[in-house]
Design a protein around this ligand. Structure first.
Ligand SMILES: NC(=O)c1ccc[n+]([C@@H]2O[C@H](COP(=O)([O-])OP(=O)(O)OC[C@H]3O[C@@H](n4cnc5c(N)ncnc54)[C@H](OP(=O)(O)O)[C@@H]3O)[C@@H](O)[C@H]2O)c1
Length: 280
């Protein structure tokens, strides 16, 4: 099923941040459970584990490569035209595939490139647009790009990214940025959809239970109803399976209001990637 303007993009994805060691086992578990969108990145160290899991799942007859949507991200310190092309080939090798479903820029401003990040982003984005024109990658996107970072690309005569992958959950809704992206036809993927446990309170546990669900499923359903494509991560086989069971209920208007009211618009100011992104 798909809710986005990229018809083959599944409605929910399995993320692999912090899963470098067990990525092969957990991604295989996720594919067996029914996940079809797998999100990785060079910096997670999980690309090779994803590749191994896909090979194994194909051998087992669980899935064919073309039924999966594999996305990975250019390392932030590899922005630039030539670096992006080289990184793309390396990612294909690590992931044991000859094409990607989506290749993304991971952050707009890398450490050490504060002074020339615009030029580096433009170079990298030129490379991604070229890879798409040549059919090496099906879709191209960005992560964590604010309005000005997106406009820097289009002001250089380059296409608007198809997707922006953003931190989004009830506690951090980035409504203005989401509106801006939607007005330009972008699909929104939501990272950290669980909101770092923001719903683990008696009130929201009771709300989830009223639908016969847990708070993780409630958080994912909220994301789906906002029209996002949530990417969730889990090392727990039960959670991996449960996180797909979110299409058989609807959060009602009053509960949606309560969840929406959790918005603080406070991001991770203690994380240096965020500070850089806000400053430049
Ligand atoms: N583009 C970017 O800059 C960026 C940044 C961060 C993340 N991401 C991507 O987005 C993915 C998701 O973000 P995230 O890793 O922060 O994921 P998340 O799904 O919001 O949070 C993961 C945590 O939620 C727990 N969890 C999962 N399912 C649950 C459930 N049903 N009930 C209760 N707890 C549950 C997991 O614990 P258990 O293991 O016990 O289930 C884990 O501790 C990442 O893996 C990565 O692929 C992208």
């Amino acid at each position: 099923m798909s809710i986005s303007e990229i018809p083959e993009l599944p409605a929910i994805g399995f993320g692999t941040a912090d899963l470098a060691g067990p990525a092969d086992r957990l991604v295989l578990e996720a594919i067996r459970a029914g996940h079809r969108l797998i999100d990785t990145a060079r910096v997670y160290g999980s690309e090779d584990g994803v590749g191994q899991a896909v090979e194994r799942a194909e051998e087992e007859g669980v899935v064919r490569r073309e039924e999966l949507f594999l996305e990975t991200k250019l390392a932030p310190d590899r922005h630039g035209y030539h670096e992006a092309l080289q990184d793309f080939e390396e990612a294909l090798n690590r992931m044991c595939t000859d094409y990607l479903d989506m290749f993304m820029l991971h952050w707009p401003v890398a450490r050490g490139s504060e002074e020339n990040y615009r030029e580096k982003n433009i170079g990298a984005w030129q490379a991604l647009a070229e890879l798409k024109r040549k059919g090496r990658v099906r879709h191209i996107g960005v992560c964590n790009f604010l309005e000005r970072h997106l406009l820097q690309l289009t002001d250089a005569g380059l296409p608007m990214p198809e997707v922006n992958q953003l931190e989004l959950h009830p506690g951090f809704q980035q409504r203005g940025l989401v509106r801006f992206c939607r007005e330009r036809g972008m699909v929104i993927e939501a990272w950290s959809p669980m909101g770092r446990g923001i719903l683990k309170t008696p009130e929201f546990e009771a709300m989830a239970a009223s639908y016969g669900k847990d708070v993780g499923q409630l958080a994912l359903r909220w994301s789906i109803q906002k029209g996002f494509v949530p990417l969730t991560r889990s090392s727990d086989p039960a959670h991996i399976a449960h996180n797909l069971e979110i299409f058989d209920f609807e959060i009602g208007p009053q509960d949606t209001e309560k969840l929406d009211a959790l918005n603080t618009n406070t991001d991770h100011q203690d994380i240096w990637s965020y500070k850089r992104q806000q400053m430049y």
